[in-house]
Ligand binder design. Sequence first.
Ligand code: BJW
Length: 250
Amino acid sequence: MAAGAGPGAGGARSRSIVVLTGAGISVESGLPSFRGAAGLWQGRRLEEVATPEAFARQPALVQRFYDERRRQLLDPAIRPNAAHLALAELERRWPDPVVVVTQNIDDLHERAGSRDLIHMHGELLKARCTACAAVHGWQEDLAGAHRCPGCARSGCLRPHVVWFGEMPLELDAIQSALESCALFVAIGTSGQVYPAAGFVEAVRGAGQAHTIEINLEPSAISSRFAEHRRGSAAALVPALVEELLGAPAG
Ligand code: BJW
């Protein structure tokens, strides 16, 4: 059980919750993970397409990778699953902040209703101008000639995502949420990509928070968590949320 994280537990201490999500939470919505059997794209490893160097070398190929994923995300069949919905319900009903830090670039958390949400690796439905740095909502393919709606230069738009070697977004806000939380839950992430893989260590270093990993299988950092729940996110996250919301106050 999530020690100290039940409503009312811990006296005046914050009972805020930080949830880190990875590709595994969206698998049951129909979006593939990166490192599973189906996680390759045209026989390429993610590291071959998700770097600034790859984009400089083969921009059309990298744009195509994201264009395909954007089209898939916009397919009406892709919808938030029970895990996304349960986290949104937790945020609505929990008396203290519930911050979802997602490594995912899909928009399934916001569609489910999460509002206190950080997309640390960017968002697929946004494009960024490499000339003026403006970020724009974007639903079309980026391959081909587009003008930046801000500065009107053409050929400067790239997906608003964080590639290997680039700085993840909102790290200061994430760090302060990690330092003050009473419960940290990591859902569906392989623990192979930093700095996200180091968050559990930051939480442990800060003191009192309970830590839970939810995953089909042990991740690369499982040993750093106090509690492990093995199984699918769509089954286990609603169960955890029900447990938390049902915990007696006081
Ligand atoms: C289920 C499930 C179900 C399946 N239910 N579970 C320290 C040590 C070593 C290296 C580094 C280090 N610090 C930095 C680095 C370098 C690098 C890095 O980590 N490299 C590693 C490969 C070693 N990191 C970076 O370059 C980062 N930048 C950076 O560090 O800047 C400098 C800095 C320094 C100091 C402090 C702060 C910053 C940037 C990383 C950017 C990652 N970008 C990508 C692409 C984003 C765009 C896109 O989506 O295309 O982000 S890579 C890719 O991996 C994507 C994901 O968000 C990320 C993590 O993947 P995730 O979510 O874990 O997915 P999977 O597929 O790996 O795992 C799925 C899991 O779900 C599995 O465990 C399944 O079992 C499980 N699962 N179905 C429950 N139904």
